[in-house]
Write a protein that binds this ligand. Sequence first.
Ligand code: AMP
Ligand code: ZN
Length: 453
Amino acid sequence: MDIYFYNTLTRKKEKFKPIDTKEIKIYSCGPTVYKDATIGNMRTNIFQDVLRRVLKYNGYKIKHVMNITDVGHLVSDGDEGEDKMIKSAREEHKTPLEIANHYTDLFFKDLEELNIETPEVVCRATKHIQEMIEYVQKLVDNGYAYETSTAIYFDISKLDKYPILSNLNLEEQKAGARVEVDVEKKNPYDFALWIKAPENHLMKWDSPWGKCYPGWHIECSAMGKKYLGEQFDIHTGGIDLIPTHHENEIAQSKGACGKVPANYWLHGEYLLIDGGKMSKSLGNVYLLKDIINKGYDPLVYKLFTYSGHYRNKLNFTWEGIEATSKSLERLKQGYQNHKNGKDDISEEKIQEFENKFHEAINDDLNMPLAMGIVWEVVRYEKKSPKLAQLLLKFDTVLGLKIDEQIQKEEQEIPQEVLDLMEERKIARQNKDWAKADAIREKIRNMGYEVRDT
Ligand code: AMP
Ligand code: ZN
């Protein structure tokens, strides 16, 4: 069955044609590991997980690369301000490496909680400095980059077309009152590839241009090329990456090898909180652990994100999470009902359900539509193990472990867990929330989930 994706590059929904049907190559821009990942970040990761799973459902083998930005992402996307890693290190009195390790571990813990598959290649920027230097050198050699007293810049005037992915208005930018960081820049949109480090800069490496550190965009071009080649199938990320990061990745790639690196560019829309932006100042920055600490299975959040198409904004509310929690239970119960059913069901009917689900996921990952089919199967009046099998097949895309919790309930809960539950109950009565949370974590590590109802 054909797959269709909305391609940001062409602004159209297009039939997916892989470069090599043996293996689909995907690159996803990963986290900058200087702070906790939010449920907004996780929405983007869930969308990328669905993409993987849908390709696999269609029988494809995949090679998925995700980078970890642990250097070079400055506070402002316009090559201004401090490096986010260094700022965080200073504020938390740690080294940048400690910060990177800490937040990388937390990020992967969240992915695991959400049953998000780990990409085949996870690569850190700081482990690919040599590849970045070679990439910058190539851009200099090809005449697409120039040196100033502060950095090596990409010269966008050398490109036949810029921007090609977004609707940036270069004229407006030129006319704008933006104060340039570097007066030696030839064009306002030229961006830093490689930045000369001041004497006391924490992260810097020897290079042909002295002690430097990378600009934000070069790592993805260098690592994408290393692991996937000059051109691959799909590039993904959050919608905010389109006008700067992805635009500049394309520019780098065109300068280095004359090619747009990926054929299909897929972007996930933002998660809103109570209809607005998630922000520290509004006090509405939620992490996955906030959902877990309220007693919800983290997969409730994954299911919640399926209520919107990945290209639409999605509004998070606690009421929505509460309702989805009941839905996940009904889904699991529905699976069990079919598993224990004795009704006869025709192959045609099963095929009809399967086709509808398959069409929905292949139509630009239309999860709201796919979930509609899932519910049709769950609610089908005849109960049959064949439909339970079909739901399990659907779950290879949903990743909701629909068969799991109930199995656990069938097991006996070990005495050690029961003792911890009792200890936690007392901690809660004493309003010792820190202790209660710590015990909950301990229980989780033993494979059990505490639900406060
Ligand atoms: P950040 O840590 O803010 O640089 O974000 C990392 C990635 O998560 C970016 O690619 C964003 O597109 C994505 N992201 C950040 N906030 C949200 C949000 N509220 N909803 C969806 N994706 C987000
Ligand atoms: Zn990137």
